[in-house]
Write a protein that binds this ligand. Sequence first.
Ligand SMILES: Nc1nc2c(c(=O)[nH]1)N[C@H]1C(S)=C(S)[C@@H](COP(=O)(O)OP(=O)(O)OC[C@H]3O[C@@H](n4cnc5c(=O)[nH]c(N)nc54)[C@H](O)[C@@H]3O)O[C@H]1N2
Ligand SMILES: Nc1nc2c(c(=O)[nH]1)N[C@H]1C(S)=C(S)[C@@H](COP(=O)(O)OP(=O)(O)OC[C@H]3O[C@@H](n4cnc5c(=O)[nH]c(N)nc54)[C@H](O)[C@@H]3O)O[C@H]1N2
Ligand code: SF4
Ligand SMILES: [Mo]
Length: 679
Amino acid sequence: MKIDYVKTVCPYCGCGCGLILEVVDGVIVKTRPDKDHPVSRGSLCIKGWNAHEFVHHPDRLTVPLLKKQGKFYEISWDEAIDVATTRLRQAADTYGPDAVAGLSSARCSNEENYLFQKLIRAGFHTNNVDHCARLCHGPTAAAMARALGSGAMTNSIDDFTGADLVIMFGSNAAETHPIIMGRIYEACAKGATLIVVDPRTTEPAKNADIHLPLNFGSDIPLISGMIGHILDKGLADQSFIDEQTQDFEALKDSLSEWPMERAAKICGIAPDMIEKVAQLYAKAKNACVVFCMGITQHSCGTANVHAICNLAMLCNQVGRPFAGINPLRGQNNVQGACDMGALPNLLPGYQDVTNSDVRAKFESVWKTVLPQTPGLTVTEVTAAAGEKVHALYIMAENPMMSDPDINHVRERLGKLDFFMVQDIFMTETAKLADLVLPGACFAEKTGTFTNTERRVQLLRRASLPPGDALDDFTILCRLAKSLGLDFNYKDPAAVMDELASLTPIYGGINFERLESGGLLWPCPNPDHPGTRYLHKGSFSRGKGLFVVPEYTPPQEMPDQAYPLTLVTGRMFSHYHTGTMTRRSATLNHEADKPFAQIHPKDAKVHGISQGDPVRVSTRRGSIVLAARLTSDVRPGSLFIPFHFSEAPANALTHEALDPVSKIPEFKACAAKLEREKSK
Ligand SMILES: Nc1nc2c(c(=O)[nH]1)N[C@H]1C(S)=C(S)[C@@H](COP(=O)(O)OP(=O)(O)OC[C@H]3O[C@@H](n4cnc5c(=O)[nH]c(N)nc54)[C@H](O)[C@@H]3O)O[C@H]1N2
Ligand SMILES: Nc1nc2c(c(=O)[nH]1)N[C@H]1C(S)=C(S)[C@@H](COP(=O)(O)OP(=O)(O)OC[C@H]3O[C@@H](n4cnc5c(=O)[nH]c(N)nc54)[C@H](O)[C@@H]3O)O[C@H]1N2
Ligand code: SF4
Ligand SMILES: [Mo]
């Protein structure tokens, strides 16, 4: 019997915890925490403790599959690569380069993301490449890059422990970033004040010093009320504003629109409470803002993030250890997928595709001519299926569960000439594909992930992929070579060397340096120790930019026919579209059925008791699930996690988009509730 212990990184959330996989004769039998890991320090959440459970699941895809007359047939890799090459080329030859689009993945490694966007850009001369960050922190990237010069967390995870005040907007980190929540509680134990802004009474809200249960989508009125009060009381840091920022006057002028009574009325929080929180934030020695999907997944998501940046700059609570603006990045490698340029307007390292010097640099190394106009976003790609886009390649995303209004998505994907999906399971999306390629999971590959604090970390292979499945790096190299590209990389380390040579923020990173705990970018050269916090002394863009946020309420408000507000989101033991966690016996045991959180008052109106089957409907669709009565949701609202394919929340959501970042409004639409009659 051979036993190995392999150190690697958790495949779920952006905390990026360290795992030790115990491997007996090639089979992973256990996951343990890594006590030496700088982020998780010997802890893990329930998903991390059970991260191995889906790996050897019998449902894993093991052979390439080709659909003929509606049925899948097993084929060889040679044939699969041949079909992919021919059909993708055919679409480009018939309709032009932009007829091809690719969705890359925040679940895959940096090296795989780098290769994916290079394959799409160099192979087809289109910038139609994007990934799920669009559905997540797209507004953060747009607003923080504009206001500060970088869309990343300005602090590192350890910084939370030194803050005097933490204010969390729309983040349920106890369930979604549990190890980071632990650090925030560590600060509280040392006396820090915790303020939670969330319409629901989440676990962080229950443990907070102050919970502001604001109305849905009303963060701009709340923050505007706070900013007005801070100015009235002379608590703004005027010398910081004068020296380090610009356009403050415009923001100041815009406040005439937000007298306290109006702000308070729209957000539903009493004026004295808004004033109290404003004073606490402005007077704190070091305050960290944390925010997540409650801020971004709105049709005014980008404006919401601008409001947060304004507040922090006004009070000089950014650019120091323990003080800053911190979007908690969701997926294990969503920071990395963005860093790698899996985005339609940016090449690796946030270098603009429209800049000819930037293109020239990549063209000389990639030996190609790059397209200069930005491509389509995730939400635009599906909308253009069958019109502008005729062939689509998805690596490790499951839009038939994660995009808004999936009935519409299904219809559109059906219009493609050619659709290929590379996944580890036969997902709801893969079922619609013409060609399905079996990839390998985190435990079966080497490479790097970049966590939410910009920490680049090594993944190490613990077991082999099942059957004929191949790791995504190998699949991408085979496909690229077949397309005539020069993808002769010896291994993922060689990809990192190329990307580091072209991407200044990763310039000093290589696999050897990552052996001991990882490096936080920017890390521009091989002697650089990495960067703990951003915007030291001045903002990355020069002066911090105040931008007046335009407030727009949610696009679909409750009315007579659909009187409730539906909020969708997450729960502790499951992850996203459930492909992995719902195949983990332990995690599924925690929650094996879809449910809706309903306030007892609303339940009473409809004669609903705990556990009853209920039907939730919107103008898009309708699902049946169990009632979970709780006063954690406000009367007049419902909360449904989107992890359950038997009652997919995205059958209900709508496609209202934030005009700047194109993120859908997952956090609010109008719904109705009925008790489902027993059959
Ligand atoms: N267990 C688990 N962890 C995960 C994930 C998972 O699927 N499962 N996914 C990962 C990913 S990719 C992401 S992006 C993160 C997301 O992590 P979070 O953003 O923390 O999770 P959500 O449940 O989407 O939403 C957070 C909160 O926003 C609140 N909210 C809704 N509307 C508003 C509003 O108008 N204003 C304010 N202030 N708050 C509002 C909701 O009530 C909810 O409690 O989690 C990551 N971690
Ligand atoms: N209603 C509603 N919808 C939402 C949200 C919400 O709050 N509410 N949140 C949105 C957010 S923030 C996000 S980030 C998205 C997430 O949306 P998705 O990215 O579509 O969701 P995942 O389930 O993470 O899908 C990842 C896929 O990759 C596969 N996979 C995992 N690892 C590997 C690998 O190494 N190789 C390969 N080839 N495949 C792999 C998994 O099996 C899975 O099918 O959902 C969005 N959708
Ligand atoms: S907190 Fe996130 S990274 Fe850490 S073990 Fe849990 S899911 Fe994995
Ligand atoms: Mo996300």
